[in-house]
Design a protein around this ligand. Structure first.
Ligand code: ADP
Ligand code: SF4
Length: 683
């Protein structure tokens, strides 16, 4: 009760122009990898946020015209009336739970390549886009008039679709930021030169939008409060824009110049980190302000309100990790909040062109496809389950099976639960990842039907003797010691075993010293973090990667540049496009991945971050040698009802994959398995 009172300010309504929010929880526009391509998936996902108490739920970037097409990324679109039905479905679904629906009208400018629409892209000047060797068309006055018409028509459509808050979007490098940019905008007409001219289009779109829909809908603007870097829009100029146009929108949704920071992972950016850059906007404009900050703590949220930084608590990732965060705060169930860990796996999958998923919330993206609810699971059919391995997969399975009413025994050989998460979270910057373990441990501790046995290694005979009705094997995976990975399909022939280490060694505290080569053929976070750790322990580290950049896959999690910078600043030597070919007599032989040309470097040890092997001996002992056999074959013992592998033991992959695997297995246990629904175009 005390908590409810304490957090009451978070549940006050806020007037935004002609509309009023039910509370201060605001899901800002965020990409989903669903957009126009997966409308039913999207509607169910957004509706879940509204059901979970978010007072405002917005779309992702919504293109106003075919000249702004971000294919293959599935953005939202309002190109014509044919787009209305899908977006109206989202607005209706959000309204059904009492929330407001927001829509972010967007034109990508030179950034997009229009690979699907094949329209020329359009920019303040002709410029190269983000990736493709394609330049935009320079916009003339007629194009600008057309753009204003498209934007106005899209706003009118958005109103017809039922949206309450309609955005003008002059940030993140898209078309309107091009106009604002001092170096990009080389125009000599009334849209170029002075700041007044460069912000003319932004002003016009705000005016146009207000006159089109302002009677019934709020006009919001998403703007970088500290500009776009000194060359484009300086901090002072950004302030001048806010001062000049502050009165025009009903809501300022403020962001910062550096997307890597706005969207920063927990490795590099803490909760509420944008405050110092954005706090002035509310004071200067007197308008309601919303800003993100990966807020998961209601106390930090309250602090933002008390200090007058924002009126609305913006969230993308916290609403993905826990769509029911507001309900849990309202009900005083803070320990039930599934806090975002800041890993950016959600963003990475959008970046890969696939639907959103989340490490902490395995139901994300499955609301329509699999009919999963983040808070509710179907009742079980009764019986007992033994889960071997309390890593992310085993913990998640225990949590779900406990909720379903099964009698669950969760065992782990280690003295600590959490598996790889516990071990990896000791690496530099990964402390928040422990939330994967702690949320689940917190939940199962309160379940009388779930027992956790640590320091309990299980052999096949132990499993059989345990006599559970169902067995889930979640024993994880270990790193290979022979160099097999992407580069080497067979073991590296020359590897002096005395100096060969794997990530498991490092995570278990067996550290190499001296001249160390970290060979990264996996190319995500572990290789670079191990290099950093060893360097901080005094080793001279050479990080060798088969890719062109350090931790190349982390480009998708928005961490790559900071990763490489951190390595270089720590004095780690970074060698790209190189592979380890041999290691003997204090020398590592490296080969260029293009030419095969070799070179030798001094090395007292090598750490092989290559591939992993599933820890499946126990599973094999239980099911016998027949791979397809899923029924246990105990020597002279009655067969177990079911044995299955989950998590890394099934497929060494991301932590998100392991959690998902544990969740799916636990949800489906004892039920007929149904294939997920598919969204497809039918003729
Ligand atoms: P996942 O990501 O799939 O959850 P992890 O590697 O994180 O896998 O966790 C696997 C866990 O299984 C580890 O904590 C490990 O101690 C435990 N484990 C492995 N083999 C056994 C075994 N035979 N008996 C009990 N626990 C085991
Ligand atoms: Fe947070 Fe990671 Fe989930 Fe994204 S994937 S919402 S960063 S926990």
């Amino acid at each position: 009760m005390a908590d409810q009172f304490r957090y009451a300010p978070l549940f006050e309504s806020v007037k935004i122009g002609p509309v009023t929010t039910p509370n201060r929880f605001y899901q800002v526009p965020h990409c989903t990898g669903m957009g126009h391509a997966l409308p039913q998936t999207l509607v169910a996902m957004r509706a879940m946020k509204a059901e979970g108490g978010w007072g405002v739920v917005c779309t992702e970037y919504c293109s106003i015209h075919p000249s702004s097409d971000d294919h293959p990324y599935p953005f939202a679109s309002l190109w014509d009336d044919g787009d209305l039905a899908n977006l109206a479905a989202m607005a209706n679904a959000v309204h059904a739970h009492g929330a407001l629906a927001g829509i972010e009208l967007w034109h990508g400018g030179s950034y997009v390549a229009n690979l699907a629409s094949r329209s020329p892209s359009m920019g303040v000047r002709s410029a190269l886009g983000r990736t493709d060797p394609i330049q935009s068309q320079r916009m003339d006055r007629r194009d600008i008039r057309e753009l204003r018409r498209w934007h106005r028509e899209a706003a009118l459509r958005a109103r017809r679709a039922g949206f309450d808050i309609i955005y003008v979007y002059p940030s993140h490098g898209y078309l309107l930021s091009e106009f604002l940019s001092r170096s990009f905008n080389d125009r000599t007409d009334e849209y170029g030169g002075s700041l007044e001219n460069r912000m003319r289009l932004m002003r016009e779109l705000l005016d146009d939008t207000r006159s089109a829909i302002g009677d019934r809908c709020a006009v919001a603007v998403r703007f970088s409060a500290n500009g776009h870097g000194a060359d484009h829009l300086s901090e002072d100029e950004a302030r001048d824009v806010v001062a000049a146009l502050g009165h025009l929108p009903d809501l300022w949704d403020v962001v910062v110049a550096d997307y890597d920071e706005e969207m920063g992972s927990s490795r590099f950016v803490r909760e509420g980190a944008l405050e110092d850059r954005v706090a002035y906007v509310r004071k200067l404009t007197g308008k309601p302000v919303v800003c993100v900050g990966r807020f998961t703590s209601p106390d930090v949220m309250l602090g933002q309100l008390k200090r007058g930084v924002v009126d609305l608590i913006g969230a993308a990732r916290p609403s993905i990790a826990d769509p029911f965060l507001p309900v849990k705060v309202r009900e005083g169930r803070l320990e039930d909040i599934r806090e975002c860990i800041g890993c950016n796996i959600c963003y990475a999958h959008n970046f890969r062109g696939s639907a959103l998923r989340c490490t902490q919330n395995p139901t994300m993206g499955e609301e329509w496809r699999s009919g999963w609810h983040p808070e509710r699971v179907p009742p079980g059919t009764g019986g007992s389950v033994l889960i071997v391995g309390a890593g992310p997969a085993g913990l998640e399975a225990a949590h779900v099976l406990g909720k379903r009413g099964y009698s669950v025994a969760l065992t782990d050989a280690s003295r600590e639960a959490g598996g790889r998460v516990t071990r990896e979270s000791r690496l530099p910057g990964l402390a928040e990842w422990l939330r994967v373990r702690d949320y689940r441990l917190g939940q199962i501790k309160r379940m009388p039907n779930v027992a956790l046995y640590l320091d309990s290694r299980m052999e096949a005979s132990d499993v059989r003797n345990f006599g559970a009705d169902h067995v889930l094997i979640a024993t994880g995976a270990h790193w290979r010691r022979d160099g097999v990975g992407r580069r080497h399909a067979r073991p590296i022939l020359t590897l002096d075993p005395a100096g060969v280490y794997t990530p498991d060694d490092v995570l278990d505290g067996r550290l190499p010293h001296g001249e160390v080569v970290v060979f990264d053929d996996e190319n995500y976070y572990l290789g670079p973090l191990i290099a950093l750790k060893l360097a901080s322990e005094g080793a001279h580290v050479r990080y060798v990667t088969t890719e062109g950049r350090a931790g190349a896959w982390s480009q998708f999690t928005q961490e790559q540049e900071r990763t490489q910078r951190a390595l270089l600043e720590r004095g780690v030597e970074v060698e790209v496009n190189m592979a380890l070919e041999a290691f003997a007599r204090s020398t590592a032989t490296l080969a260029c991945v293009f030419t095969g040309r070799t070179s030798e470097v001094p090395a007292s040890a090598v750490v092989l971050v290559t591939a992993r092997e599933a820890e499946e001996a126990l599973y094999r002992a239980l099911v016998g040698q027949r791979d397809e056999e899923e029924t246990a074959v105990g020597a002279g013992q009655p067969p177990l009802a079911s044995v299955q592998r989950i998590g890394d033991c099934l497929q060494p992959a991301l932590i998100a994959t392991a959690v998902y695997s544990g969740h799916r297995a636990a949800r489906e246990l004892g039920r007929p398995v149904q294939a997920p629904q598919r969204e497809r175009v039918l003729i």
